[in-house]
Design a binder for this molecule. Structure first.
Ligand code: FE
Length: 203
């Protein structure tokens, strides 16, 4: 039988919050199958030593003043549906209520809309720092692996500009901007794909 406190302590030392979260879920499931009470998991995506989410270049295709919307789906938009969910937290684990998240990405052919606002939109995290974006999987374009651009800003805080990546992409190995710590945790859902990422802001 697993010594739970020790196991949980080791989870907190895992390098990735997603690894920790997955491991906590596994522990909870294994406890449930043993007939024990389902343990309360520790706050899975927070730790006092959380590193801030790294910044990356905005690239040439950012357009200011995107519309406020949580869904970038429009009639006629082609591509694999994708939902991205997560939280915005401080390094000390506090949710950043009202954090601004401004997303922009290529369409499924790898093209950006540099005239209008197709596949561009901003939203604000809720009181728990949670956000949810409905979109499609972006296509690839020369020199780049699959990615989504985002700017994240706490109210009155500094702007974090970064990019999110997809696991298992062949081009991840050749794109010099790719970083493993900006990978979405991906899963397949009934109506498309599902990705999760937690942003940790330094300010
Ligand atoms: Fe790009």
């Amino acid at each position: 039988m697993v010594a739970l406190p020790l196991a949980l302590a080791s989870l907190l030392r895992l390098g990735s919050s997603d690894e920790a979260e997955a491991a906590v879920a596994l522990l909870a499931a294994s406890s449930a199958t043993r007939g024990g009470r389902r343990p309360l998991p520790p706050t899975p995506d927070c730790g006092d030593d959380d590193e801030p989410t790294p910044a990356e270049t905005a690239g040439p295709f950012f357009t200011p003043n995107s519309p406020r919307r949580t869904s970038l789906i429009e009639p006629g938009l082609r591509g694999t549906r994708l939902v991205v969910e997560g939280r915005v937290v401080t390094r000390g684990c506090h949710p950043v209520a009202g954090a601004l998240l401004d997303f922009w990405q290529a369409d499924d052919r790898g093209d950006y809309d540099n005239v209008g606002f197709r596949l561009r939109g901003h939203q604000f995290a809720d009181a728990d720092g949670r956000f949810r974006l409905e979109t499609i999987e972006p296509g690839v374009y020369p020199g780049r692996t699959r990615h989504i651009h985002v700017r994240v800003q706490a109210p009155e805080g500094r702007v974090l500009t970064t990019q999110l990546y997809f696991p298992g992409e062949p081009r991840n190995r050749t794109d010099g901007l790719f970083r493993r710590d900006l990978l979405l945790a991906m899963a397949d859902g009934s109506s498309g794909r599902f990705g999760r990422f937690h942003f940790v802001l330094d300010s």
